[in-house]
Ligand binder design. Structure first.
Ligand SMILES: [Zn+2]
Length: 398
């Protein structure tokens, strides 16, 4: 629902966390109109071009993270995306940091933006479409859930469902049961399950929320969905099953935006204290406010500034979000000298050059730098945020 200019400003003001389910939804469009015999490649290209590579990252798939969490590899739930393909590098002055390569999804998006699709893409799109548009999938599930648990009293609101689920999940009697539910529901392999149960047996206190906090959260969301469905408080539209997946990534963002009815109905019950939910309409309005304001400016430096930070108008939606999370605007502004900028540029070159060194074995907690690589074509918007094509902006200036 955002136009290219709004998308560009979104990437200037925020760091979008792209969920793998969104990538799949984009690809799924490849087979959308197949029944009508026309190609939908254009639609996928158009959508892929909205998921800009700069300032964004595709999060690791939730099922992988659940497995890691259960196995005891720490999954950080701190409102930041979790990305893969990381190597630790050392720069010439001995600073250590991360180099992040494009993930499989990011590589695929890069190809789709140029209209290139593999046979696997076609197959995956077809499968995704078949599974996600199966009309009775949730109706059947609803029937099964009702049969399986006929005795419990009906719940009348989603708030009641949430309270009920919280209660089930906190009950010491249920902890091993929740672990089994998690392993079955999230498709954990038998091999991993054996290791996970061994780890569980060693726990002095059998408490699932501290054993695997992220997996605990995902079980809570899924159980909430099932019980809401069973009580007819969540609808049986097949897309709800897809939309559910977005909620597994809530722990990896600060601001969640959606215009979806299902999301709007459940989100307030699932977001944490630090989260903000903003509807798609509001987000669009916020971006339009900033773009409209920019169009009234005449000085080059003022216009350039709106690419780096939102207009300082306290009533604007994006001003409020920046103010909430970034201690912004700053109390006093420091003038950065040209010399300082030159030095910083040199530092950045040093960090990028570390790419050519071999990766290091030892893990580090606090990287001195993070270099995120991504694939970009001349037709993509310039990463500087100007909104111009890369070919017509910084590529020319190099
Ligand atoms: Zn540029």
């Amino acid at each position: 629902m955002l136009n290219p200019e709004e998308i560009n400003m979104l990437h200037n003001y925020f760091l979008p966390n792209i969920t793998p389910v969104l990538v799949m939804e984009v690809l799924g469009d490849l087979k959308k109109d197949e029944s009508e015999g026309k190609s939908s490649k254009e639609s996928v290209v158009k959508l892929a071009r909205k998921l800009l590579p700069h300032n964004s990252a595709v999060n690791i798939h939730y099922s992988k993270l659940i497995e890691m969490d259960l196995l005891g590899d720490m999954v950080n739930i701190d409102n930041r995306p979790i990305v893969g393909e990381i190597t630790t590098k050392e720069s010439t002055t001995g600073l250590r940091g991360f180099h992040i390569e494009d993930s499989a999804e990011e590589k695929a998006l890069g190809k789709w933006r140029t209209g290139e699709f593999s046979t696997t893409d076609e197959l995956v799109a077809k499968l995704w479409r078949e599974v996600t548009t199966q009309k009775d999938i949730l109706e059947n599930l609803q029937q099964q859930l009702k049969k399986g648990d006929a005795g419990s009293p009906p719940l009348k609101s989603l708030q009641e469902v949430k309270n009920y689920v919280d209660q089930i999940m906190a009950d010491p009697q249920n902890q091993t049961g929740i672990l089994k539910f998690c392993i079955a529901e999230f498709g954990i392999s038998a091999e991993s399950a054996a290791v996970i149960f061994a780890r569980w047996e060693q726990q002095p206190e059998k408490k699932f929320s501290s054993f695997a906090p992220y997996a605990f959260y995902c079980c809570l969301v899924k159980l909430f969905f099932y019980i809401g469905l069973k009580n007819h408080l969540i609808g049986t539209r097949p897309t709800n099953h897809v939309d559910l997946q977005y909620l597994y990534y809530l722990p990896f963002c600060l601001i969640f935006s959606s215009n979806d009815k299902f999301h709007k109905s459940v989100i307030e019950l699932l977001v944490g204290e630090r989260h903000t939910f903003i509807s798609g309409d509001q987000l669009k309005k916020g971006l339009q406010e900033a773009i409209g304001y920019r169009s009234t400016l005449s000085e080059r430096k003022d216009i350039d500034r709106t690419l780096k930070e939102p207009p300082r108008v306290p009533d604007f939606i994006i001003y409020k979000l920046w103010n909430k999370y970034l201690a912004w605007p700053p109390k006093f502004e420091r003038k950065i000298s040209d010399q300082e900028i030159e030095e910083q540029k040199k530092k950045i070159d040093e960090f990028i050059a570390a790419s050519n060194t071999p990766g290091m074995q030892d893990a580090i907690d606090n990287p001195d730098f993070v270099v995120k690589k991504y694939f970009i074509t001349l037709n993509d918007p310039c990463p500087c945020g100007s909104g111009k094509k890369f070919a017509e902006c910084h590529h020319k200036q190099q």
